[in-house]
Design a protein around this ligand. Structure first.
Ligand code: F6P
Length: 372
């Protein structure tokens, strides 16, 4: 028999519990293994806080939001302990041995893939299941959480039309996605937003105002703008790219750390972007502009059918992978099946929306402005 650990890390997303259940039920019932669940992501792993999971513990969670195990955004090699950043990898390796684990299953997004890779490099048998509402994990068609967030954000874009139309306003709705714009693009397209702004396509206020004016001249005195939280103006984008290049080119670890702080500061200063943009559009068009930030509503609550399915499928495929002796891989969703991708090909990479992606072409073809 085997003894397996499982944890959820990074931001919560709908479908995490479905994936825990999918993996867990297959592990316990089909393969006859023992399963323990670490609390609060990598932190619980470092502190060896876990609970034994049996089939009963996995009952009734398929439809629930959040994660039954709790989560955190800790990094294994730089975890804040007593006010200082510590490398907890050696402690985690000790715990893994002490708990007599044969494998560790990590459910999470890009940050988790990096942590999983670090643990793999330290000798642990790691399996990663892709979760994120941002849909920005490479080598997988999608990740659980995205489909549900898309439904929620689409409904929000729908509903904002009422107020925009009735009050002859511009309504900007900020949608999650700090690096990649999949969610804003999908919800903007599905909700019929007039303008969609993505981190991947720097925007000009003039181009957006022009679109809004064009609509007004045709009798539509309102507009709905879907803004990904990472969307940037041409000037801000150039500034951030420059700062990111400094990180890449830094010649010493100290310089790298300093450049990284520069990027963080810029990202933070761009947080208020959507509000600034609303003011700019109001000034440019003379229409009232309002902002609606969707925030954590997009990550909350029960997963939709597609995410329950995806979580279950990837969980079960993760158990099959371990049964076949595979590790150091992410379980990817590919077409109508699953695939195993080396963690080394996933960690540290982001799936951006390509400029010529079919969704972009379709959005443009139906007359949606993308701010460029
Ligand atoms: O990674 C998913 C995500 O939803 C991002 O789009 C967003 O920037 C981030 O999480 C915010 O989450 P938190 O406030 O929990 O760090």
């Amino acid at each position: 028999t085997k003894r397996i650990g499982i944890l959820t890390a990074g931001g919560d997303a709908p479908g995490l519990n479905a994936a825990i259940r999918g993996f867990g039920k297959a592990a316990i019932q089909e393969h006859g293994w023992e399963l323990i669940g670490f609390r609060d992501g990598m932190r619980g792993l470092a502190e060896n806080r876990f609970t034994e999971l049996d089939a009963g513990a996995l009952s009734g969670i398929l439809t629930t939001g959040g994660t039954m195990l709790g989560t955190s955004r800790d990094k294994v090699h730089r975890m804040m302990v007593d006010g200082e950043a510590r490398d907890m990898i050696p402690t985690i390796v000790e715990n893994y041995d002490k708990d007599q684990l044969d494998a560790l299953v990590c459910l999470g997004g890009g940050g988790t893939a990096k942590n999983a890779k670090r643990l793999m490099d330290a000798g642990l048998n790691v399996i990663h299941l892709p979760k994120t509402i941002d849909n920005d994990i490479v080598h997988t068609d999608t990740s659980f959480g995205f489909a549900t967030a898309l439904e929620i954000a689409t409904e929000a874009v729908d509903r904002l039309h009422s107020t925009a139309h009735s009050h002859h306003r511009i309504i900007l709705t900020e949608i999650m996605g700090h690096r990649a714009g999949w969610l804003a693009l999908g919800a903007g397209m599905a909700g019929g937003a007039d303008v969609i702004l993505l981190p991947e396509i720097p925007y000009s206020v003039e181009a957006i105002a022009e679109k809004i004016e064009r609509r007004r001249s045709r009798g539509s005195s309102f507009s709905v703008v879907a803004v990904a939280e990472g969307a940037l103006s041409v000037a801000d984008h150039a500034e951030l790219e420059h700062a990111r290049a400094l990180v890449k080119d830094a010649s010493t670890p100290e310089r790298k750390a300093m450049a990284k702080r520069g990027v963080k500061a810029l990202e933070a200063s761009h947080r208020a972007n959507t509000f600034t943009l609303a003011e700019q559009l109001e000034a440019a068009t003379g229409l009232e502009a309002r902002v609606s930030i969707l925030g954590y509503v997009q990550r909350g609550g029960s997963p939709c059918g597609a995410d329950r399915m995806l979580g279950t499928r990837l969980g079960v495929a993760g158990a099959s992978a371990i049964a076949e002796g595979r590790h150091g891989v992410m379980v990817a969703d590919r077409g109508h099946g699953t695939d195993l991708v080396p963690l080394a090909d996933v960690a540290g990479r982001t799936k951006f929306v390509p400029a010529d992606h079919e969704w972009i072409q379709a959005a443009r073809a139906v007359g949606t402005a993308l701010g460029d």
